[in-house]
Design a protein around this ligand. Structure first.
Ligand SMILES: NC(=O)C1=CN([C@@H]2O[C@H](COP(=O)(O)OP(=O)(O)OC[C@H]3O[C@@H](n4cnc5c(N)ncnc54)[C@H](OP(=O)(O)O)[C@@H]3O)[C@@H](O)[C@H]2O)C=CC1
Ligand SMILES: O=C(O)CCC(=O)C(=O)O
Length: 479
């Protein structure tokens, strides 16, 4: 049984959760202690107590901790990638890539701990100096989802610690293994008692404590819109700082002048890799008339060739859906699409056993064509390998359709026209815009986040992370 880390001690919980491999549901990875409300409150108390010391730690101490954690993550990327693929179901190369990303994030924020600066300005009044500095917030609660079990915890945790905050982290109950490995690495790297606390358990119990406890100064959340709204309401009620990363209904526009190979590769990668379980996945392919039929035929051909199988098996392109509940949601949306009159041009069937006969949550990547913008499959996030094609008359209509969504995380365009690429970058109502690239798969050193219903609060990642994890102070001194 893997335990929670509270105040520097490994602590059992009143319950345990079973971490099951979605590629082979007979495979129990391990049992993980689930914390309860009192334990979550103890973790908050430990973080509060540790804050006085950690907020005064030197940048060198923070650099050393984060750099050591980053080195170990990178050195163990094959082993940790295997664990990640086994618990979440993304393919081994994707999982190893995610672990490498987490290692690089720790290294990046180790450097940021040294680079955090301020400003020194003359006052408008004679004989007065002004300093603008950034201070840590205090105790930060991190609530993370299942689809990036190590990268998302890393990109919240590393900046929180780099800038002198103490942390209580609640990972998604479905994927405790990668988060536990991160806690173990930080603990052995010498993280002082209480500076980082791991409380695995249910969102409705452990997550709810983080939202309500007045000793938690800020919450960073990634997950569904429904839970994001609860986080927002709870934080506003007690005036805590918060940041939300939620859903997407990301468009990829394909214009007549696109390179067909580039467009198909970007669309298939964006829509179906990582089993479509990325908030940056393209679920709406908006295609102009002149290329529509060739593009659809080429995507269908590509989908037929994709191997849907055990995430850890060499040669697998698409692993399983994360669990039964998500598979049921995906299948429900496939049925909704059919009922709405869309044409299911490829896939959409659940596959109960993989090529070796192991039971798992497999789904053949589904492509809908002849869809209309008002259909639910074009408005609601499915979060699976389910993608729609929408016809557009021309670029102007394609841009309008791309922006016609309550979300605004990521958007892409496939075109060889510099004019249309430049116009799309400027006029797309999304936080991240990709030209001739998949909408998913982002760099770790630049801002990540969206507009409209996708995100709330300051951006994550890169230098911009300081905006959320610090508070600004302006000091005036008479000379
Ligand atoms: N944008 C994104 O990156 C993601 C979007 N999603 C979307 O969300 C849908 C559902 O996925 P799901 O995992 O249930 O998403 P949730 O939003 O429920 O889960 C995200 C995190 O919030 C926690 N949580 C749940 N309820 C509460 C609460 N009341 N208070 C505090 N924390 C809470 C969860 O804990 P626990 O899991 O332990 O209950 C988990 O750690 C998906 O189908 C997809 O559409 C999901 C994951 C990522
Ligand atoms: O596309 C990526 O690289 C990141 C996606 C992500 O953060 C998410 O799906 O939650």
């Amino acid at each position: 049984m893997q335990r929670n880390l509270i105040g520097g001690e490994w602590v059992d919980g009143p319950r345990a959760s079973r971490n099951i491999n979605p590629s082979d549901t007979r495979d129990l990875i391990a049992e993980y202690a689930q914390a309860d409300g009192p334990q979550a409150r103890a973790a908050v108390a430990a973080a509060r107590e540790a804050f006085a010391g950690w907020s005064l730690s030197t940048p060198q101490q923070r650099f050393d901790l984060l750099d050591a954690a980053g080195s170990e993550i990178l050195a163990r990327k094959a082993e940790l990638g295997d664990l990640l693929a086994r618990e979440e179901g993304k393919t081994l190369p994707e999982a190893i890539g995610e672990v490498a990303r987490a290692g690089a994030i720790f290294k990046f924020f180790a450097g940021e701990a040294l680079r955090l600066g301020g400003e020194c300005l003359p006052s408008v009044r004679p004989g007065v100096g002004v300093e603008v500095t950034r201070e840590p917030l205090g105790v930060v609660g991190l609530i993370t989802p299942w689809n990036f079990p190590i990268a998302i915890p890393a990109w919240k945790l590393a900046p929180a610690l780099a800038f002198g905050n103490c942390v209580v982290m609640k990972p998604a109950d479905l994927v405790p293994g990668s988060a536990w490995a991160l806690a173990d690495i930080l603990h052995r790297a010498g993280c002082p008692k209480g500076v980082f606390n791991l409380v695995m358990g249910r969102g409705s119990e452990v997550g709810a404590v983080l939202l309500e406890d007045p000793r938690v100064d800020a919450i960073s959340f990634t997950g569904s819109v429904a839970t994001g709204q609860k986080v927002a309401a709870a934080c506003v009620a007690r005036m805590a700082k918060f940041q939300l990363e939620m859903g997407g209904k990301n468009p990829m526009v394909v214009l007549d002048d696109a390179d067909l190979g580039v467009a198909v590769t970007a669309a298939v990668n964006s829509g179906f890799f990582s089993t479509g379980q990325r908030c940056t996945a393209s679920s709406r392919l908006i295609v102009t008339e002149g290329i529509h039929d060739r593009f659809v035929a080429a995507v269908v051909e590509r989908l037929k060739a994709l191997k849907v199988d055990d995430a850890r098996k060499p040669g697998t392109d698409i692993g399983p859906v994360v669990d039964e509940k998500q598979l049921a949601q995906d299948l429900e949306y496939i049925a909704i699409g059919q009922a709405e009159g869309a044409t299911l041009a490829a896939g959409g069937e659940a596959v109960e056993r993989n090529a070796d006969g192991a039971p798992g949550h497999y789904l053949r990547p589904a492509l809908f064509t002849e869809t209309t913008p008002a259909m639910r499959i074009n408005r609601e996030e499915v979060f699976g390998p389910v993608v729609s094609v929408i016809r557009a008359k021309n670029y102007d209509e394609a841009l309008a359709l791309a922006n016609d969504t309550p979300f605004g995380l990521s958007a892409g365009i496939a075109t060889t026209s510099l004019k249309h690429a430049a116009h799309f970058k400027r006029h797309s109502q999304a936080g991240m815009v990709m030209v001739n690239l998949p909408t998913a798969g982002v760099d770790y050193h630049v801002p990540f986040g969206g507009r409209k219903g996708s995100s709330f609060g300051p951006r994550e990642q890169g230098r911009y992370a300081a905006e959320f994890y610090t508070v600004v102070k302006t000091a005036y001194t008479a000379a």
